[in-house]
Design a protein around this ligand. Structure first.
Ligand SMILES: [Zn+2]
Length: 207
């Protein structure tokens, strides 16, 4: 049977990395809202196509996102869903349209998340990515690839990181409570190396 997995976690919790590993391990599709919208941007819904909102520079409204995600999930033979649901309405919709066999919350302390999010450095010349703790350059502040200067992007400052986390907690706590009430939520300690965290997730999925 193909796995149907939902991964929840804050920015910096490692959701993208773990989703990719899960997709690889179980041969299922990694479904993100962004990819689903791009792949189905011409799909007609009662409210218009996703493209009509994107072209107007507007957020694609929930009912449209819901239909697009539903289409992406029904096309997939097993999936790991990442970045959806973002709020309680979406979570309730998801529970109606699919039976998930694992809902996993990657649990990482807020201060650890802030450290992870603010440690990112990007080469100003070639765009290569580094992290002061997890993937440091050989010489601090200098790109290994091209010798360019490493900078901290606006998105990665502490102020922005804390704002992103607040938005995440406000929107996602009701989502977490929803799946906890359904009895399907499993919390996984996300404060370890990506390989260690993946072992913990695999235990949940297989048991
Ligand atoms: Zn560079």
């Amino acid at each position: 049977m193909s796995h149907r997995i939902l991964l929840l976690g804050a920015p910096g919790a490692g959701k993208g990395t773990q989703s990719a590993k899960l997709a690889d391990e179980y041969g299922v599709e990694h479904v993100t809202t962004g990819d689903a919208l791009r792949a189905n941007k011409e799909m007609e819904t009662e409210y218009g196509t996703p493209k009509s909102f994107m072209d107007a520079g507007e957020l694609v409204p929930d009912p449209v996102v819901n239909e697009i995600v539903e289409a992406a999930l029904s096309d997939a033979d097993g999936f790991v869903l990442d970045g959806y649901p973002r709020n309680l309405d979406q979570a309730e919709y998801l529970s109606e349209i699919t039976d998930l066999d694992a809902v996993i919350l990657l649990d990482v302390d807020e201060e650890v998340l802030v450290d992870r999010l603010t440690g990112r450095r990007v080469c100003d010349d070639c765009g290569a990515n580094y992290h002061v703790d997890f993937h440091p350059p050989e010489e601090p502040g200098v790109c290994d690839d091209c010798g360019g200067e490493l900078i901290q992007r606006e998105d990665d400052t502490e102020e922005t990181a804390r704002e992103r986390l607040e938005v995440f907690y406000d929107n996602t706590e009701p989502v977490v409570d929803h799946f906890r009430d359904e009895g399907v939520l499993v919390e996984v300690d996300g404060e370890a190396t990506p390989d260690e965290v993946f072992d913990r997730i695999r235990d949940v999925v297989e048991n």
